[in-house]
Write a protein that binds this ligand. Structure first.
Ligand code: HEC
Ligand code: HEC
Ligand code: HEC
Ligand code: HEC
Ligand code: HEC
Ligand code: HEC
Ligand code: HEC
Length: 555
């Protein structure tokens, strides 16, 4: 669900109750019950290669096959100073391992290194690394940008002043890049029993489904033999983000298997005025759906009309390769009259433009426009946005629509608020036990200042889904601002044990314990925050003030 920014509460009174068992334990989360790796029916690419040698060989050269893997398979050396934060980063090999080091001269906290475990991204367009602290998995703060051939801060952190070392690697991020991903430990978002993955890259089985029975002679999914919507769903699981994606009750995208109906797991919504220039980096599915080619061809056209899932054309052959695909529908005689001297059909009708959501990255325009308007030729969106399910469907649960509008409102679309609230109030009557609906309605009530109603809704949500951290955080904020500091602290402690990289939560705890005179507890919370977020100015200042005589609270 949505990640809201939580406020650090400095409004707590100094005369506070004595708080319980404050000291954070670095192994709090370690005491969470470990899950055994699920019995897996995935066998991996090597097993397929035994019998499908040619496909396996050509597939092994694709970027999907290299969408992730052990960091030491992609060792890059980097030496780069980020001007915004003045942090000096290096990536280097040492004793058979790959490391990321960071250092800001004169700053004792921002000086350390992390062992890089995994890379994400083939590097053609970009690449980043993953590292773990205490089993919590994070993304490197710096990324390689393949189009511009440079290292820079991660996409959302351009121009940042604090080094972001606490970017959690959620399942939702890894799902498209890593195969046979293990779920995080219960109650956590990114703490994995290592290894967190079964196989690197996009494996055969991501498109063909688990192969354990097929290697013994049983059947396996061939996308070409599926109904069109199930065939298309296979690529959509990773190439469609939509404006909003709502997971169905109790289900996750990661439960999807090739051959399934994707909308059983996730509902995608797009804005109806999508005829804008706004192309995200992962938008090929939506864009193609808008093309005249697709609209006129219907189910007979799919991603594989132009892309061979098992191979990629070499750079020299690209123009001829795609031209042939166009002409398979438009006919060779068409090309004899139409720009006969220019072979690059896609160059004119599917140009690459800058992605609107990932820095330094180009995206091919899959709308296949008659005339390309250029990056600046933005069409104005007409009227209020309308969220529509994608692919088009009349059968959309009220619950899913309500959550979609609420997520749109959360993204800052003020127009969506009223509608979201109306739909949520209706949805909670049909789905009185749905934790997502309860939590979102709770948030709406909290925004209206109706604390009791919000609290009741949050508590019902948490009872039904104790693993969700965001609801506990929202409830804690509510409790703290209603003067129930003890209750807030309990909630923060439960969250911080499961998500010690959530600096604001640790800072709230430090503040609460400091105000109640428990300075040692306050100090250990600050140190725990700095372990994951060594450049938190707030934590560093608070620690300094805490170490004064007499100690003072807050930054
Ligand atoms: C022991 C040999 C063997 C192994 C191992 C094997 N296959 Fe096959 N596969 C076959 C044979 C034989 C066929 C049927 C003949 C054909 O179409 O090539 C087949 C057919 C297929 C088909 C087409 C199915 C259809 O109904 O049209 C797919 C897809 C496929 N295999 C994928 C895989 C994948 C993915 C793996 C690895 C998980 C794999 N195979 C491992 C032998 C094997
Ligand atoms: C499990 C997720 C997943 C599935 C399923 C998937 N893709 Fe991909 N695809 C990716 C990722 C991730 C990349 C980027 C790989 C990289 O460069 O790191 C990618 C890259 C591509 C590329 C770009 C290759 C290039 O030239 O850089 C094409 C084309 C593509 N996919 C087509 C398809 C088609 C067609 C299907 C369905 C038959 C499909 N993909 C299914 C995840 C997936
Ligand atoms: C919905 C599926 C999806 C999710 C989630 C996703 N990616 Fe991707 N990613 C892709 C696809 C598909 C591409 C291929 C490029 C494109 O579409 O332009 C890609 C490309 C990339 C690339 C560039 C690879 C290359 O060289 O082409 C990097 C790096 C990357 N993703 C990292 C991440 C990270 C880090 C996250 C989590 C924060 C993430 N991705 C989440 C699907 C996804
Ligand atoms: C990105 C998705 C994707 C991946 C990854 C993928 N396939 Fe396929 N595969 C397809 C699609 C789509 C088809 C159907 C092609 C068509 O339209 O005829 C297919 C067809 C097949 C077939 C049927 C025979 C044929 O050539 O059409 C076999 C066998 C097969 N794949 C094996 C493999 C093996 C082995 C791997 C891993 C090395 C693999 N596939 C990886 C999407 C994928
Ligand atoms: C699966 C068949 C198919 C493929 C492949 C295909 N098209 Fe089309 N395309 C069509 C159909 C059908 C139409 C609409 C009828 C027509 O104008 O011929 C169309 C229309 C168009 C139009 C007119 C758009 C408009 O808004 O009037 C352009 C431009 C176009 N295609 C370019 C391409 C290019 C370039 C490629 C290759 C990169 C391509 N098409 C591949 C089927 C296809
Ligand atoms: C009409 C032909 C056509 C169809 C259909 C098509 N693509 Fe593409 N696609 C292209 C061309 C051309 C490129 C640019 C290739 C290049 O420059 O290397 C491309 C590039 C891509 C890339 C690389 C990233 C980017 O934006 O440049 C991805 C990923 C991709 N396509 C995915 C898909 C998916 C998923 C589908 C199905 C929804 C699809 N494509 C359908 C022609 C097509
Ligand atoms: C130099 C750029 C350029 C190239 C190369 C090019 N086109 Fe076009 N194409 C255009 C323009 C511009 C139009 C719009 C003409 C108009 O609106 O009068 C167009 C129109 C079309 C149409 C709409 C029908 C028509 O005749 O107006 C189709 C279909 C089409 N192109 C397909 C293709 C295919 C297939 C190729 C490759 C064989 C290709 N184009 C190569 C620029 C190009």
């Amino acid at each position: 669900m949505t990640k809201r920014i939580i406020l650090v509460l400095l409004l707590m009174s100094a005369a506070v109750v004595r708080l319980n068992s404050g000291r954070p334990q670095s192994n709090d989360a370690a005491r969470l019950p470990a899950v055994a790796a699920p019995e897996t029916s995935y066998v991996g690419n090597d097993a397929c290669a035994r019998c499908h040698e040619a496909i396996s060989e050509s597939y092994s050269h694709t970027s999907m096959a290299h969408a992730s893997g052990p960091a030491t398979d992609e060792p890059r050396t980097v030496d780069f100073v980020d001007p915004g934060s003045r942090v000096h980063y290096r990536i280097f090999s040492d004793a058979g391992q790959l490391w990321l080091s960071f250092e800001r001269p004169g700053d004792s906290f921002v000086n350390g290194k992390r062992k890089l475990l995994y890379f994400v991204g083939s590097g053609r367009r970009g690449l980043t690394y993953l590292f773990a602290v205490d089993g919590f998995l994070f993304e490197s703060p710096i990324n390689w940008y393949g189009d511009k051939k440079l290292w820079d801060m991660a996409p959302a952190y351009q121009g940042t002043r604090e080094i972001p070392l606490n970017l959690p690697a959620f399942t939702s991020c890894l799902y498209c890049h890593v195969s046979d991903l293990r779920p995080p430990l219960p109650g956590t978002e990114n703490r994995y029993a290592m290894p967190f993955q079964g196989h690197g890259g996009v494996t055969c089985e991501r498109c063909h489904g688990p192969g354990a029975s097929h290697v013994k002679g049983g059947p396996i999914v061939n996308p070409a033999h599926l109904a069109a919507d199930r065939r298309d769903a296979i690529c959509m699981q990773c190439h469609l983000e939509g404006k909003i994606a709502v997971e169905r009750p109790g289900l996750h995208l990661s439960n999807y298997k090739p051959g399934d109906d994707l909308s059983t797991y996730v509902r995608y919504f797009v804005l109806s005025d999508l005829a804008t220039r706004d192309l995200g980096a992962v938008s090929q599915v939506e864009a193609l759906a808008q093309s005249t080619c697709k609209q006129k061809s219907g189910d007979s056209m799919s991603c594989t009309s132009c892309h061979d899932p098992h191979s990629e054309p070499s750079p020299e052959n690209k123009v001829a390769y795609y031209r042939k695909k166009c002409l398979s529908c438009h006919g060779a005689s068409f090309a004899e009259k139409h720009h006969p001297n220019q072979a690059d059909c896609a160059g004119c009708h599917m140009p690459a433009s800058r992605s609107t959501d990932v820095a330094h990255t180009q995206v091919t325009d899959h709308r296949i426009l008659r005339r390309h308007l250029g990056v600046d030729g933005a069409l104005q969106s007409a009227g209020d946005p309308e969220l529509v399910p994608f692919p088009r469907s009349e059968q959309v649960d009220l619950r899913d629509r309500a959550l979609a509008w609420q997520m749109l409102a959360q993204k800052g679309d003020a127009e969506a608020r009223g509608k979201a609230e109306r739909l949520l109030r209706q949805a909670v009557m049909n789905n009185p036990d749905d934790p997502a609906v309860l939590a979102e309605l709770g948030y709406v009530e909290q925004q209206h200042g109706r604390a009791d109603s919000a609290r009741a809704l949050y508590q019902r949500a948490i009872t039904r889904d104790p693993d969700t951290l965001d609801v506990a955080i929202d409830l804690a904020v509510l409790e703290a601002s209603s003067g129930h500091l003890g209750a807030a602290v309990k909630l923060w402690q439960s969250v911080f044990a499961r998500a010690p990289y959530r600096s604001n939560v640790g800072l709230n705890l430090a503040e609460a314990f400091c105000k109640s005179g428990q300075y040692d507890s306050a100090r250990s919370y600050l140190l725990r925050v700095l372990e994951f977020d060594p450049d938190s100015a707030h934590a560093k200042l608070s620690l300094q003030r805490l170490n004064q005589v007499p100690p003072a609270c807050g930054p």
